[in-house]
Design a protein. Structure first.
Length: 149
């Protein structure tokens, strides 16, 4: 009995449509990982008329490089948040300096001060997270830190 040819079946794995969708999702994930935050940062700081959005991406890439190119995604996010907070603190201080009225100046200075405190705590947390040294911190250093609070 002659063998009948079976209809062509797709090879195991992804068919063309699933492969295309998978590639598209991977591309979108890459945009979320590396592209959206610089655009949001530019918009949040309202600096688009001075600096183009791609410059924010270059800035953040260089900042990650200067920070030792951490691979921990949370450390990367914290670096980006610290960069945003850094500029926002400066903007709040400018707004305080240009405020019309004592009450408005107090509000802007208070907001800047609070954000500066969060910046400092986040920077310390990032430093602990990315510290390459596994040795415990000395008690003398901890006492100095406690006294500085």
């Amino acid at each position: 009995m002659p063998k009948t040819k079976q209809p062509d079946k797709p090879q195991p794995g992804l068919d063309d449509e699933r492969h295309r969708k998978s590639q598209e999702s991977a591309r979108h994930a890459e945009i979320l990982r590396d592209g959206i935050f610089p655009a949001l940062m530019a918009s949040a700081l309202k600096l688009e008329k001075f600096v183009n959005t791609p410059a924010f991406k270059v800035f953040l890439d260089r900042l990650h490089e200067d920070a030792g190119r951490p691979t921990n995604p949370i450390a990367r996010m914290m670096i980006e948040q610290l960069a945003l907070a850094h500029y926002r603190i400066a903007q709040l201080q400018v707004q305080a300096a240009h405020a019309e009225g004592l009450e408005a100046a107090k509000i802007y200075n208070s907001m800047a001060s609070r954000l500066l405190g969060e910046f400092r705590r986040s920077a310390l947390a990032l430093d602990l997270m990315t510290s390459r040294s596994s040795e415990p911190k000395s008690k003398a250093k901890l006492r100095v830190l406690k006294m500085a609070q």
